[in-house]
Design a protein around this ligand. Structure first.
Ligand SMILES: CCc1cc(N2CCCCCC2)n2ncc(-c3ccc(F)cc3)c2n1
Length: 256
């Protein structure tokens, strides 16, 4: 009997036939890589990749929301990105402003709530304000949470959690012998996500197979999908292919 091809990530596969809408991952995290290479391949400046990448953020946000994803975490700017040329950093700092100027009505229409992880106090004041306004403008939405990691680094996040826990112990507010994994989770920047804090699926675009200091604690049991598309070429169909890959694996959470 011919073996039944159950799952396939090939581009020409009709993903509608194989996507199990009853097993959509609740929390998907994405490292949006490949914007510079996308631009370079077209003999464009790097910022053209970032500009197109922002359009992909809009497209994938709606696609994820329509699929019933509960949390979409996007690695937009890492603590290491400050080392990039000042011209590129300045351009990147404008993107949240442009994103919200053009997309808040669509976010509200799709009932998407904006959340941010990271130390935004280091961002330019107008960027901070745009983020704060978007959080406020979408506060009443109870659909998908769009969680931007902005000036975020996982080691920084864990260090801040340890500092807070040590201070609480020093002040007599916390008995060190009662510290559990939940204590640490509760002190991470993802703690407002509660039970949804840990991604079920982590996607990284552009073929690189690295985690790059993103949600190190939270992805302990996440399925990892490294896809070839540069972020600007990623879309709803690529998202479905990644979810099919996720659905094709038996998730063990450490057990058998
Ligand atoms: C601050 C760096 C940056 C870069 C960036 N790129 C460039 C690099 C990654 C690919 C996506 C496009 N995007 N795209 C959306 C945002 C954004 C961030 C926060 C927010 F609240 C709303 C939107 C964004 N932020």
């Amino acid at each position: 009997m011919e073996a039944k091809s159950v799952f396939s990530n090939k581009k020409d596969t009709n993903t509608e036939q194989k996507l199990d809408m009853d097993r959509i991952p609740a929390h998907i995290a994405i490292i949006m890589d490949g914007n510079g290479r996308w631009a370079q391949a077209r003999h464009l400046p790097r910022v053209a990749g970032h500009k197109q990448g922002m359009q992909t953020v809009k497209k994938v946000t709606i696609a994820a929301s329509d699929l019933g994803v509960k949390v979409l975490s996007l690695y937009a700017f890492s603590t290491e990105n400050w080392k990039r040329p000042a011209t590129e950093v300045n351009y990147l700092m404008q993107l949240p402003i442009r994103f919200f100027k053009t997309f808040v009505p669509d976010l509200v229409k799709h009932n998407v709530k904006v959340m941010v992880m990271g130390d935004i106090t280091r961002l330019p004041a107008e960027t901070q304000q745009a983020v704060k306004d978007a959080i406020k403008d979408t506060a009443d939405c109870d659909g998908m949470i769009l969680n931007f990691a902005l000036n975020y680094g996982s080691r920084d996040e864990i260090t801040r959690a340890v500092q807070a826990i040590a201070t609480a112990a020093q002040d007599g507010q916390l008995d060190p012998t009662t510290i559990t994994e939940q204590t640490i989770s509760d002190h991470l920047m993802s703690s407002p996500l509660g039970e949804l804090a840990d991604p079920d699926l982590l996607i990284r675009t552009s073929g690189e197979e690295r985690i790059s200091n993103f949600m190190l604690w939270q992805i302990a049991y996440s399925e990892l999908e490294f896809v070839p598309e540069h972020w600007p070429d990623f879309d709803g169909e690529a998202l479905k292919r990644a979810i099919i890959g996720f659905q094709g694996r038996h998730r063990r959470f450490g057990g058998l």
